[in-house]
Design a protein around this ligand. Structure first.
Ligand SMILES: NC(=O)c1ccc[n+]([C@@H]2O[C@H](COP(=O)([O-])OP(=O)(O)OC[C@H]3O[C@@H](n4cnc5c(N)ncnc54)[C@H](OP(=O)(O)O)[C@@H]3O)[C@@H](O)[C@H]2O)c1
Length: 339
């Protein structure tokens, strides 16, 4: 790889602007493909990156390569696919039209199926699954903030010879990249934690405030219980992404808040600004990723002759939000989910 091997972010939003911005700040030429709503702010004010450890960086507008389509972009050596799950197939098809066969694409998306969906839409490209272990929120147009995770928390992706040379670049950019022979276990480990996205979105609260209410945690615990049962039936062992093993999460979540605070001190290292992107999606009337998260649990359970009624019920509540946009208290949500 030469010094100037360029990257392309497909879907310049929270995750894409954060990771792409970190790479560009470390000297990687990055093309950002996104919507006018996002790009206009970047054209005006540049890209501002902050994190919960107090780090702050600014990339001036004149240094940013901003495009509304991948067509005509400089051929990238690496594409970071950073659209929401519902946009994966169309983004994949656009990349297929715009990029040379064999171009490496890493899905930095949540869920467990996005890389396969993108690969199906772009059979000539090489699409790998990836995983982002922290939360990034758009605090203001052009301002992206990492609100959880330790400095240097590693991104993950499936191992591939074409990706290995990028590890040094990611490391130098402060977003180390670990490569794994099989990403499924990590993706499912992340999905277990992402089941809280629906709880958080329906609570209307910032993430930390929501997690400090036992009733909401009981909802998250019930969603995880169902997922763990389906995973056991499927023979999938989800990876441990918190200090507690996945099987211990429901019990810990159900503890009284005083005990939970002590036990989950690292998990609660979340600043007051952090919120899930599903909460933003509900507020802004955008499609959510509920089908790629709770929906995936429902489908896995069904494939193994089981049901996941709590995941089904919360999916229905998220889908009903546009007609009934009402934040639920913890007690209301527990009652609605029957947990
Ligand atoms: N935010 C986080 O903390 C976080 C952490 C870990 C993983 N993730 C995962 O990362 C993925 C991205 O999440 P995000 O929060 O970064 O989403 P986001 O802020 O909504 O960013 C995605 C952006 O891509 C745009 N887009 C969609 N299709 C496009 C296309 N064909 N061309 C150009 N732009 C396109 C979207 O526009 P439209 O709104 O018009 O579609 C949106 O502006 C999701 O799978 C999410 O679960 C997020």
């Amino acid at each position: 790889m030469t010094q100037t091997a360029p990257a392309l972010v497909m879907g310049a939003g929270a995750v894409g602007c954060w990771i792409g911005g970190c790479l560009q700040a470390a000297g990687v030429p990055v093309t950002f493909v996104g919507r006018a709503r996002v790009l206009d702010a970047l054209r005006r004010d540049g890209l501002q990156l902050t994190d919960l450890d107090g780090a702050a960086r600014h990339l001036p507008a004149r240094t940013l390569d901003l495009r509304e389509s991948a067509d005509g972009a400089p051929a990238p050596a690496l594409v970071l696919l950073c659209v929401k799950s519902g946009a994966t197939a169309s983004a994949g098809a656009e990349l297929a039209r715009a990029l040379p066969p064999g171009t490496l694409v890493v899905s930095m998306q949540n869920g467990v199926s996005n890389a396969a969906v993108a690969q199906a839409a772009a059979p000539a490209l090489t699409v790998l699954p990836g995983m982002v272990p922290f939360n990034v929120a758009e605090l203001a147009p052009g301002h992206y903030h990492r609100g959880t995770g330790a400095t240097g928390a590693a991104l993950a992706a499936q191992d591939h010879a074409l990706l290995r040379p990028w590890q040094a670049r990611f490391g130098a950019a402060g977003v180390p990249l670990q490569l794994h022979a099989d990403l499924a276990s990590l993706q499912w480990g992340k999905l277990l934690l992402n089941l809280n996205n629906a709880v958080n979105a329906l609570s209307g609260l910032p993430l930390r405030a929501q997690l400090l209410q036992r009733d909401y945690r009981a909802c998250m615990a019930a969603l995880i219980d169902e997922a763990l049962a389906a995973l056991r039936a499927a023979g999938i062992a989800p990876a441990k992404l918190t200090p507690l093993p996945p099987a211990a999460l429901p019990g810990a979540l159900r503890l009284p808040t005083m005990l939970f605070r002590v036990l989950a001190a690292r998990l609660l290292r979340i600043d007051a600004k952090a919120r899930t992107s599903m909460a933003d999606d509900l507020v802004h009337g955008r499609a959510t990723e509920i089908d790629a998260l709770c929906g995936e649990v429902v489908r896995l359970a069904r494939r193994h002759g089981m049901a996941a009624p709590v995941n089904e019920r919360i999916s229905a509540l998220v889908r009903a939000w546009p007609a009934d946009p009402r934040p639920r208290s913890g007690a209301e949500l527990r009652a609605a989910l029957g947990v």
